[in-house]
Design a protein around this ligand. Structure first.
Ligand code: PRX
Length: 591
């Protein structure tokens, strides 16, 4: 076993200041033209010599064994050995033990809890002990059905400690979704809580878990309720030092074919990518308070709520409630009280909060804010303007970050302190060579954040990564305009029309169905379902509407709520039998 003494850790951290650029920071340059040309110069150099660029980004990682090469023939960080828990918790627990790692806000507005790096370290070790007791080893998959709370994050880090893969399922998803993902990933253990709260309502997770257990029968993993964690007896818990191919986690998302896919990330390149993108794009200062409103169930919650801010030893606010409960000023109250400097949220939240009027925002002192981030979907002009003028008081740049579960971290973002083009995701990150081919955004080269594999799928990847998003150039910057496939985006959640159609096909009353997405003021896109009924259906449309909604809620989750359900005698089809979705979309828009 390896003994890492405090001295070694402090020495490593001292060589690793927050900013270590050999050239001036882009922020330090006053002239916009100068900044732009510096970016162009750096970006060009970084994609021409990817290895050299990434080798400048590896020094802040604590390496158990230094990599002998940064990149070689499709592989990153050759012969390197490190650990995410160690970089995100252990070293800070030694260097800044009393610094607060997380300030947890809850759905219940009377609750607030903080945890320091030292306390987080102790909590992680308690969970590690529990996992080991349950026989979890390196490479095993641990499923999570937990909200965004300290205990959930400590448990993710406990997996990292021993090299187990976490597989987090958003706690608002249904028993069906949870069961499918547990089965597909062959999870050995399921971590959850007996109850959670959302929007003032208590949600009984035990009920959901019992349903999952019925569905999975013999394949049901052991369930651990994480509300009461015993102390660790005095034993030594070995950190698993991982190599460049060892995997960190699985996260499911909607694929183009309508089947969910388990995206797997490898630990070391993922750590390099999220730490570097976070530092360079958001440029946090050591004493900043950072607030990312994502849930841990999404990739944003993994990369920029758990791993990147902890890697840099920051203090983060996390929140397990909704922005509207009990009032639409939850976010603004929290920002004022905690003096948040960097705030990262989704356009759907901005649009929804805007409808309640400016006063909820302006009555709070938000002068601590310095950077405003956006993610999950294109930010439209009204939302951008409100975010910039009302929330940021024209003081804060809007950092619209474009990326995906598969990319691990930011691919596009605007430069800070540049004159801002509203609603434009901006420029490619250093070392990433992006172009637009047939309207589609593609990535031409390798970058460390790219997923390692898709679970249970074989096949080599093409050297060019196709994003599935359409894009165009606006004054030299990239604007994301939509999707090329049937993936839809409701409130920043990635769904697929085929998911809906599969669920509806299980209802005896429905012979055929098709789902289309239409634009929606608050949620970005919304779903309209078209259904053709069996001739012997006796239920009324009102009754069927309720049944369809219940079925979708049960099979997918509350986010799968159709905006409208339209009954047709037949679906419009081409002579070759393909559903004419553009006609349905027109019908949906005019109905
Ligand atoms: O369509 C793009 C949209 O969200 C998709 C990725 O979804 P997911 O893997 O769940 O990751 C979401 C968080 C990174 C993309 O293919 N998307 C994400 N961010 C933006 C965006 N569309 C436009 N602008 C963005 N900033």
């Amino acid at each position: 076993m390896l003994h890492l003494t405090g001295d070694i850790v402090v020495e490593v951290l001292n060589t690793c200041a927050m900013y270590r650029f050999d050239e001036p920071m882009i922020d330090d340059l006053v002239n916009a033209w100068e900044r732009d040309s510096l970016y162009q110069k750096w970006h060009k150099a970084s994609v021409e010599n990817v290895k050299q660029f990434w080798s400048t980004q590896t020094d802040c990682i604590y390496w158990q064994s230094l990599p002998t090469d940064v990149y070689d023939n499709g592989y990153w960080l050759i012969n390197g050995k490190s650990n995410l828990y160690y970089n995100c918790v252990a070293r800070h627990a030694i260097q800044t033990p009393d610094k607060v790692a997380f300030i947890n806000y809850y759905d219940d507005p009377s609750m607030r809890k903080t945890i320091t790096y030292r306390e987080l370290d102790i909590l992680v070790k308690k969970v590690v002990y529990l996992l080991i007791q349950k026989g979890i080893q390196k490479g095993d998959v641990v499923a999570f059905f937990m909200p965004t709370r300290i205990i959930s994050i400590a448990s993710m880090l406990a997996c990292a400690y021993i090299g187990a893969l976490h597989m987090v399922v958003f706690s608002g998803f249904s028993a069906d979704v949870l069961a499918q993902r547990i089965k597909d990933s062959n999870a050995k253990l399921l971590l959850t809580l007996p109850t959670i709260r959302r929007g003032g309502k208590e949600i009984d997770l035990v009920k959901t878990i019992n349903e999952v257990s019925k569905k999975l029968a013999d394949n049901m993993p052991e369930v651990l309720y994480m509300n009461d964690i015993p102390d660790v007896p005095n034993v030594s818990l070995n950190i698993e030092w991982l190599n460049n191919q060892d995997e960190a986690f699985i996260l499911y998302t909607s694929g183009t074919s309508g089947k969910f896919k388990g995206v797997v990330h490898a630990t070391l390149p993922y750590m390099l990518y999220v730490s570097s993108t976070f530092k360079n794009i958001f440029a946090p200062k050591p004493d900043d308070v950072y607030f990312c409103t994502s849930d841990i169930g999404w990739i944003t919650g993994h990369s920029y709520l758990v791993y990147a801010p902890l890697f840099w030893g920051l203090t983060s606010v996390i929140f397990d409630g909704t922005p509207l409960y009990p009032t639409p000023e939850r976010y603004w109250e929290i920002i004022e009280r905690e003096k948040v400097n960097i705030f990262y949220t989704a356009p759907t939240a901005i649009r929804s909060l805007k409808t309640y009027g400016d006063e909820y925002v302006t009555k709070h002192n938000l002068s601590s804010l310095r950077v405003l981030g956006s993610v999950g979907e294109p930010i439209n002009e009204t939302a951008w303007n409100w975010y910039f003028h009302i929330v940021g008081q024209k003081r804060c740049p809007i950092i619209d970050t474009w990326w995906q579960t598969e990319t691990g971290g930011f691919i596009l973002a605007p430069l800070r302190n540049m004159s801002q083009q509203p609603c434009v995701a901006g420029r490619p990150f250093y070392g990433v060579n992006v172009s637009i081919i047939d309207n589609q955004l593609v990535i031409n080269n390798a970058w460390p954040g790219k997923y390692k594999r898709i679970l249970n799928q074989n096949g080599m990847y093409n050297s060019v990564y196709k994003s599935g998003d359409t894009a165009k150039l606006v004054n030299g910057e990239i604007k994301i305009t939509g999707r090329i496939d049937d993936v839809i985006n409701v409130s920043g959640h990635r769904l697929c029309t085929a998911d809906f159609e599969r669920v509806l096909s299980t209802m005896p009353e429905i012979i055929e169905s098709a789902t289309v997405a239409i634009p929606h003021e608050i949620t970005g896109q919304t779903i309209v379902v078209f259904a053709v009924l069996a001739s012997d259906t006796i239920s009324t449309h009102e009754e069927l509407n309720i049944k369809i909604q219940q079925q979708l809620r049960k099979s997918i989750g509350a986010i799968a709520k159709p905006h409208k359900i339209i009954y047709l005698d037949d679906l419009p089809k081409t002579t070759t039998g393909k559903i004419e979705r553009h006609k349905l979309r027109e019908l949906a828009l005019n109905n």
